[in-house]
Every structure is written in C-alpha cells, then in structure tokens.
Design a protein around this ligand. Sequence first.
Ligand SMILES: Nc1nc2c(c(=O)[nH]1)N[C@H]1C(S)=C(S)[C@@H](COP(=O)(O)OP(=O)(O)OC[C@H]3O[C@@H](n4cnc5c(=O)[nH]c(N)nc54)[C@H](O)[C@@H]3O)O[C@H]1N2
Ligand SMILES: Nc1nc2c(c(=O)[nH]1)N[C@H]1C(S)=C(S)[C@@H](COP(=O)(O)OP(=O)(O)OC[C@H]3O[C@@H](n4cnc5c(=O)[nH]c(N)nc54)[C@H](O)[C@@H]3O)O[C@H]1N2
Ligand code: SF4
Ligand SMILES: [Mo]
Length: 724
Amino acid sequence: MPVHARTCHLCEAMCGLLVTVENGRIEEIRGDDADVFSRGHVCPKGPALRELHEDPDRLRHPMRRTAGGWQEVSWDAALSEAGERLFALQREHGRDSVGLYFGNPAVHGHGIALAAQGFMRALHTRNRFDANSQDANPKLFACMAMYGDQLSLTVPDVDRTDFLLILGANPAASNGSLMSLGDVRGRLTAVRERGGRVVLIDPRRTETAAWCDEHHFIRPGGDAALLLAMHHVLFDERLACEGPLVDGTRGLADLQAIAAAFPPERVAGAVGIDAATIRALTRAFARAPRAVAYGRCGTCQNEFGATASWLIEALNVVTGNFDRAGGAMFPSPAVDLARIARKLVGNSFARWRSRVRGLPEFSGALPAAAIAEEIETPGDGQIRGFVCVAGNPVLSVPNGPRLDRALGRLEFMVAIDPYINETARHAHLVLPPTSALERSHFDLVLHGLQVRNTVRYSPPVLEPPDGALSDWDILYELGMRLGGMRLGLPVVDRAARLLWRAGLRPSADRVLDLLLRMGPLGDHFRPGHAGLSLARLREAPHGIDLGALAPSRAARVRTDDGKVDLAPDVLRGDVARVERWLGSRAAILDGPLLLIGRRHLRSNNSWMHNCHSLVKGPDRAGLRVHPDDARRLHLSDGQRVRVRSRTGAVEAQVEPSDEVMPGVVSLPHGYGHELAAATLRIAGAVPGPNVNALTDDARLDAVTGTAALNGVPVTIEPLGSPTA
Ligand SMILES: Nc1nc2c(c(=O)[nH]1)N[C@H]1C(S)=C(S)[C@@H](COP(=O)(O)OP(=O)(O)OC[C@H]3O[C@@H](n4cnc5c(=O)[nH]c(N)nc54)[C@H](O)[C@@H]3O)O[C@H]1N2
Ligand SMILES: Nc1nc2c(c(=O)[nH]1)N[C@H]1C(S)=C(S)[C@@H](COP(=O)(O)OP(=O)(O)OC[C@H]3O[C@@H](n4cnc5c(=O)[nH]c(N)nc54)[C@H](O)[C@@H]3O)O[C@H]1N2
Ligand code: SF4
Ligand SMILES: [Mo]
C-alpha cells in the first residue's frame, strides 16, 4: 500500500505523519519516526485528519443560503455572485464597507498565506481583521518596538538551554506556539534530563506543570508586575550582564530606572508570588549558564500583553541570553518571510484607527474586538459586506454573541471555509477549499518559528475531485474579480491580469518554488547548484535538517542604529497602568472571580469538535473552580451554574479542582456549537458554552488592542436562581 509522508498542518508542532492510502481511501495515519523534526511524535488530532477528510458535513461544493435552506451552486456561479456583490457594495459605499477576517488556519499552510497579500490589496479595505488580535500581537508589537521588525520573533533555544522559564503557555496541551517544537514532549523533557531546570508561571497547574521542576500560581494579568520585579532584582543585585549589553542595546538605564520602582515586596501580594520566591527565581535564572524566558497566550491575551511581552524579551537580553545558544534566538528559515514581508508590507502601527472606537491598526489589521461595532454603527465606512477566511469569530472573539447578532445584519457575506460553522451560517455564500490531504503543504510561517532549522514540503496525498479549488485558487479567483490580485509590482500585476483573462492562474507551488530558489538557501536558478528548490524538497519526504539555530542578530535587529531598544517609548509609557493595577490591589484580591481559558489536546480552537474520535469520552468543557471557592459559594461537584460577566452569561457544570488558583475559574473556548447544530451534526451535540459570551470586547491590551481573553471578572450563581 502506498505510504505518503506528510506534515500535519493542524497546529504549530509540524509533526511528520505517514499516511497509508489504498484505492483512494485513507487506511491509517501515524507518526513518522524518520521525520527530521518531529521524530515520530503525534497527538490524537493528527490521525483525525482522516475523519476530517471523510466528514460528511465537510462541504464539497459551494453553498448558497436561500429561504429554503442551503443549496449547492457551481463554482462559476458562486465566484461571480460573490465578486459582483462585494464589488457593488464597495462601489456604492466605499472600500471600507467590506470587512475581512483571516482566521488561525491562514498561517497553517502556504496556500492562504501566499494569496493573502494579493487578496488584501484587491479588497483594499481598512476594515481588515485577523486572529492575531486574539493572540500574538503583543509579542509581535514588542519585537517590532525592540528589534525593529514585527517578524523578528525570538524563539527559545529549547535544545540547548539550561533554564526554561515558561509564563502563560501550556505546550503539553497546545503542542507549542510561537515556538515550533516538533517532538514537543521529547524536546521539553530533555531540558531536565540533561540537568537543566524548567519553571512554569500559570494561574492553573496545567499538564505542562508535570514536565517542570517548579510551578507557581500567578494572579491573571500579573505578569507585567512580576517581570518588573524580576528586572528590579537583576539590577539591584547586579545580576544583569552589563558588559556585552552596552554596545548592542540602548535604553538600559531607562529600564533600570523603571524597574527600580518595583521591588518584589511591592508586587508580591498582587501577583500572588511571595518576594523571596521572586528573588530566588530571578537569581537562578540569571546565574544559569544558558537561560531563556518564554511567554505565550497567558501573557499576551491580557490587559498588559504588550508590556509583559517586552519585559520577557528584555529579561533575555539583560541576562545575556539574547541571540546565543540556549537563549532567545531567531530561526533562519529557507523562505525568509520576514524579509519578504518587510519589502511588501513593512511595519506599521496606528497608520489609521477604527472608525467607532479609534483602536489602532497594527500591521494593516484592526482589533477583531471592533468588528461588531463597525457593522452596527451607521455612517461612512460602516461594514455592510464581509469576507471571512478560515475563521469562526463568533466563537473566537470577545463578546461573540454580539458579533453573531451583528453578522445577521450584513447585506452580503462570503465565508471561505470547509464547514458551515457558527460564523459561516450568516454567509450568503460558503466557498469550501479542497481537503487538506488533497493539496500540497509547506509551512511558510511556522518554519520561521521553529527551535531547530528544518525545511519540508508535502505533496498532496489524494487527488482532488474534478473542479475542486484550493484556498489559493479561491482567493485568487475572487481577488481577480475584485480589482485584481496585486503584489504592488506593476509589471507582475499586469501580467497576472492578462494571464487570468486568458484563463490561466499560477499555482501556489510555483510561487513557493520561486521563493525557495531565490531564498537564502536557494539554488538561485544556477544549474548544478546544490541549493534548495521544490524539486530538492520533493526528494526529501522526511524533511531536511538545516542545523541548530545560529546567532543572527545582525540580520534580524532592524532598528535604525542596529541596537536593541530595551525601553521603547510606547511600552515605557504603559508602565503607569501597571502601577495603577498594583494600586487597586485590594479590589483585585477581594473582587470577583477571574476567568481564564484552557486548551485540551483533543481540541483545536473552534473547529475540530465534529470529529467523533476527538470529542468522545468525558465532558471537557466544565468550569474548574478551586475547592475553597466552591465551598465558599456552596457549589458542589457536577452542579449546573450560571457564570456571568459584564457582557453576558453562560451555563456550565462545576468541576472543583485545586489545579486552579483560589479566586480563579477556568473554561475552555471553542464551544457553543448548538448554533450550528444543523450543519455540524457531531459538534452540535457536544456540551459546552461559548466562553466568548463572557469575554469582554471592551477589555483590551491598551497598547495593541489585543483581546484580554484571560482574567475576565465573573460571578457564579447556582442555576435556577432568579436572573437579574
Ligand atoms: N476565550 C478565548 N478565545 C480565544 C482564545 C482563547 O484562548 N480564549 N484563543 C484565540 C486564539 S489564540 C486564536 S488563534 C483564535 C482562533 O480563532 P479563529 O481565527 O476564528 O480560528 P478557528 O477557531 O481555528 O477556526 C478556524 C476556521 O477555519 C476553518 N478551516 C480549517 N482549516 C481550513 C483551511 O484549510 N482553509 C479554510 N479556508 N478554512 C479552514 C475551520 O472550519 C474553522 O471554521 O481564537 C481565539 N479565541
Ligand atoms: N490542542 C490544542 N492545541 C492548540 C490549540 C488548541 O485550541 N488546542 N490552539 C492553538 C493556538 S491558536 C494557539 S495560539 C496555541 C496557544 O498555545 P499556548 O499559549 O501554549 O496555550 P494556552 O492553553 O493558551 O496557554 C496559555 C496558558 O496561560 C495561562 N494563563 C491565563 N492567564 C494567565 C496570566 O495572566 N498569566 C500567566 N502567566 N498565565 C496565564 C493559562 O492557564 C494557560 O495555561 O495553541 C495552539 N495549539
Ligand atoms: S501535535 Fe498533533 S495537531 Fe499538532 S502537528 Fe502534531 S499531530 Fe498535528
Ligand atoms: Mo492562536
């Protein structure tokens, strides 16, 4: 039976899979021991690619919503209608009258990633949104402010570090994020096996805590204050590695002056970690031969996301762990997306602001927390039409129910998605791409975030059905109908238009080949050259190892003077808010319960609950409450309760557990499928509320507008009590 080697595209781990196919049917999917990066690692979602492929609810044809229900339409009719209706809206009401959202899977393959630039230019709307404003924008912003480029993203050199400090990440469930690990468990547990130390800071004692030497609870939102105190100790105890810093950085004295106001004793009570522990942790980190601090969703999805992200980067720099083995390093991918993006897009912040609330644009996109109000509020630039690509914002942005209502008022909406999900059910047309196994795969984005340099291409495993279109094809065709896919290079853009009129469009693989060959490791089209090309990658189905991360600050630090800015103005200015947060300490300690999120290995954001193998078994959407809080509130195990926040209320089932910090409760996101039960038949029956009915579209990181999805104040009442 033919066995195809294939990279799993579902999360950032990039596991190598072996897919056995017989007579066009998938027989088995398992981990590929020969994969240079993942070395055989898989999680339960990889094998579920078969279920995704075979899922009868996965759309095979474009669908149109009619009074009589969903009806199949031809690709020609669907693309023409979508193009004409969106074009008409923009002609009548201006460019900004059409909104655009790119969801998480856009970074999990080269199809959407390559088409996105051209499509965005074709639509040319300022009402563009993406998943980063619920996710990574604080880190991107901090890197832009310090290193001069939002794609100069450091990753922890996990394979060589002696001390890994993890703040607000749960790689044992998420398989790593902004840190592609491949063999997640192997790489993380190896730190301790070779005598190193791993410390976790998280309001929940997560699955990752079991892989750590130490875990400390932190009050949600407390990271910026904790990190300021750690910097205080570094300077106060002369632990900062000042020698090598002087030439390569600026702002050291400013950072020291800022941190001086935050002795550990001042922050301890508010963050929930005692001063002696903060001091001991800082000393151990600074004295470790090679150490690295790494923060993720927990430090980004909160009101101090950008400031906390800056202080994490700065901790690595100040302790001499920047751009060196075992510290925070920059990957060197075969296709250098950062370099390309710099040429095509550049770095931008606050070039424009959202119409209603004045939230800043970052890298061309506005915070998704503003979509609903931009649809609801009349006036010039009101969103009347919408294109949702690989996203499900009704379940993934704060105050999802408000967005759900707003989407229902649109004049026209298109979703590019394999499912009619909770968001796409509002679309007039749903355009489904080929299944993942029917298209080629290359990790254009994630190769730039991996902890060891590798490169790998996967050809399609299965033949797509006749006439089926990939994401690249759909975006290309729609973009051409909306003023033209454009790169901003006039000769190329004109040629593309002429070819398209003649019925031709380039393939995503063609473009990828070009990028590989022109890239830093490419063959540059020289005959006999040993460099990379798509043909070379096809000969290496288990990937090519390109070696450990190498120092590269000269290429990656793009500030005007080539120095790392340790105290960027905007972030420095934000420290006053941390002061105020500390000042309101009493209110924090006696205040409402704070809600945080939770991911599970068998779940993937909002969209894999239609796979039986992943949702079978126990209810995974329970409300975890510390036993002390449960006692205080007279809540018993299994009891149904109503959880209420400023924006809404949901029902949940209590699961007392001392894995959450007292005062903190936890619910996972990505549930709430009853809205789409008709078109997601398995997911529709899975219990669990939409937690984003509780998260607040007004609670944002003040610098970047990123949603503060964690630390949401909530109250709990037993179900059956009178509603307010
Ligand atoms: N409360 C709370 N909310 C959160 C989070 C949280 O931690 N807590 N996490 C946030 C984070 S980090 C993120 S990234 C966002 C994610 O939220 P979204 O950006 O909305 O993405 P997903 O929920 O992953 O939904 C992906 C959609 O893409 C579709 N899809 C899957 N594969 C493909 C494909 O190849 N092509 C196309 N065209 N479509 C595809 C799926 O069917 C699904 O509808 O959610 C955020 N929301
Ligand atoms: N199985 C699975 N894997 C996934 C996903 C999924 O949904 N399921 N989603 C993918 C996506 S889109 C992403 S972005 C990544 C996310 O990858 P991770 O960031 O590793 O995963 P999270 O579970 O969001 O981890 C955030 C942690 O922060 C903690 N936390 C909450 N508030 C705070 C706080 O204020 N401070 C601190 N220090 N910690 C806090 C939470 O308890 C949680 O353990 O995972 C990806 N992988
Ligand atoms: S960890 Fe699971 S979902 Fe992530 S790439 Fe590997 S098999 Fe796929
Ligand atoms: Mo994410």
